[in-house]
Design a protein around this ligand. Structure first.
Ligand code: ATP
Ligand code: MG
Ligand code: FE
Length: 341
């Protein structure tokens, strides 16, 4: 089965073609990062317009790379939420038009489930059940994934997402958007023990996250130093902030695996690309006799291959979308189209 995936939820226009769920034939990603960089973050209206310009050339390039024609496509999977509504609508409209004109089934994919499924593309032997830590630009959640189509939320953030915290702290330090990779790099030169930032909700059996207090603590630290005319060591701030986030994520993820009895942990979302997070989870999982998986770098951030992979496994349930499909900007992680219909 050849599945074509479309992703346009934020600032990446991507089209991928995969075979039998796990083999990537093409995964073309047109990123808009340089365009949004000068605004310090994603400008929704610009993102939508760029998706409109990019979508057809990206589709053509994916078909070229896979050496296939449209008639070879067996089904179309599209991310229909969560994300920016105008951005999502470009992908959803393209997917509906393609499915209708080709007469093939349409699959409505939850973008966050897609992030988890990126792992199935990177690790052919990986199968559920497992606990997944989803850490992306807009979400932070621990998910109990019992099967390919069975998710339940263990806990999520009450306020900011981990990626959002990285981006905001980077901005405070004068680093360009997106801040995650910049903090990751700068932190290597800093002392992670230099500043003691607060760790919220670190009680036993609490699987919720909160990063807004940490963000405020960083703001206060920089503000206080400014008032006293003391120059701050940006690398120390980056390293201490990053260590705080990672301590929280690692502690709760290991606790969730223990409480659910799961022997496998799967990392997902853009922040999964963080080198220190990968290292620390690798070490902790080894100590606790837990198997640990994370996606290859390119599959951590937004891409259509993960959407196609999720769509493939969703198609096995026979739950397809129709021409009434709309974008759902605030779709929740366990609000799967496959569950609802
Ligand atoms: P969502 O998936 O929640 O809708 P999104 O699609 O915007 O949000 P992703 O593409 O999954 O988010 O990830 C982007 C986020 O990942 C950004 O916040 C970015 O700063 C962060 N990120 C990317 N690389 C790293 C890194 N090496 N370290 C930390 N954060 C990173
Ligand atoms: Mg992005
Ligand atoms: Fe994402």
């Amino acid at each position: 089965m050849i599945t074509l995936g479309i992703e346009s939820s934020c600032d990446e226009t991507s089209v991928a073609i995969i075979e039998d769920g796990r083999k990537i034939l093409a995964n073309v990603i047109a990123t808009q990062i340089p365009i949004h960089q000068k605004f310090g973050g994603v400008v929704p209206e610009i993102a939508s317009r760029k998706h409109i310009i990019n979508i057809m050339p990206v589709l053509d390039e994916a078909l070229d790379k896979a050496q296939l024609k449209l008639k070879d496509i067996g089904q179309i999977a599209v991310a229909y939420g969560p994300g920016l509504v105008g951005a999502l609508l470009v992908g959803v409209s393209a997917a509906k038009a393609l499915a209708f004109s080709l007469g093939v089934p349409l699959l409505a994919v939850n973008h966050l489930e897609g992030h988890i499924f990126a792992n199935f593309l990177s690790h052919r032997q990986l199968e559920p059940p497992f606990v997944s830590l989803v850490v992306s630009g807009g979400h932070t959640a621990l998910v109990d994934m019992k099967g390919y189509n069975s998710f339940s939320m263990i806990g999520q953030t009450r306020d900011d997402a981990a990626g959002e915290a990285f981006d905001k702290v980077a901005r405070l330090l004068g680093l360009p958007y997106p801040g995650g990779p910049q903090i990751d790099k700068l932190a290597r030169q800093g002392n992670p023990e230099a500043i003691d930032f607060p760790r919220a909700l670190m009680k036993d059996n609490n699987y919720e996250f909160s990063f807004s207090g940490l963000k405020s603590a960083v703001i206060n630290y920089i503000h206080n130093a400014g008032q006293k005319n003391i120059s701050i060591n940006k690398a120390d701030v980056a390293a201490s902030f990053q260590k705080t986030v990672i301590d929280i994520l690692v502690c709760k993820t290991i606790m969730a695996a223990r409480s659910t009895g799961m022997k496998t942990i799967v990392l997902a979302g853009g922040v999964a690309a963080n080198s220190q997070l990968e290292e620390r989870l690798t070490e902790k999982c080894r100590q606790n006799d837990i198997d640990f998986y994370f996606p290859s770098k390119i599959l951590c951030t937004d891409n259509a291959a993960m959407i196609a992979c999720r769509g493939y496994y969703q198609s096995l349930t026979g739950k397809f979308a129709d021409m009434n499909l709309n974008a759902v900007p605030y779709l929740e992680l366990n609000d799967s189209y496959a569950d609802d219909q």
